[in-house]
Design a protein around this ligand. Structure first.
Ligand SMILES: [Cu+2]
Length: 148
């Protein structure tokens, strides 16, 4: 009963998957992203379906903004989850970014749906990606994002 009360008062923190910790944007992230002209940033598509990410390895460049368009062409909900990546980027401030931060680093995409995020990788790195839906990683929904 006590646990249920906690869940009731903190739904935003626990959105997506109970137990994951909300991500706080790195220092300076808001300033870094404020000057980006998103209309000039080309879209990069990331497809999700049963049971793969395409591309399996997403390549980005540090300091170069990207519009990531996550498209679920499958018949089930999927997610693109990478807490390490989302701790290392500045996100364009919008509702989609808020949902990713609150969930602890998951882009949740309903079947047939699309989610767009504006990201600015702050430095080079390599981060694992999984779909955290039960068994989806085992069935092939793993990958990585490499920031050069
Ligand atoms: Cu999945």
């Amino acid at each position: 009963m006590r646990r249920r009360a906690v869940l009731f008062v903190a739904p935003a923190l626990l959105a997506g998957c109970a137990g994951r910790t909300a991500i706080v944007p790195p220092p300076g992230a808001a300033e870094r992203i404020a000057g980006v002209d998103w209309a000039r940033v080309p879209a990069t598509e990331v497809m999700l379906d049963e049971f793969a990410f395409v591309p399996e390895e997403l390549q980005l460049r540090a300091g170069q903004p990207a519009r990531l368009v996550f498209r679920n062409s499958g018949a089930r909900p999927h997610d693109w989850t990478s807490p390490g990546f989302f701790r290392a980027v500045a996100l364009r401030p919008d509702a989609a970014a808020q949902a990713v931060l609150a969930s602890g680093g998951s882009v949740d995409v309903p079947a047939g749906g699309t989610v767009e995020l504006g990201v600015l990788p702050l430095g080079p790195g390599r981060h694992e990606i999984t779909c955290v839906k039960p068994l989806h990683a085992t069935l092939g929904m793993t990958g990585r994002v490499v920031v050069a």
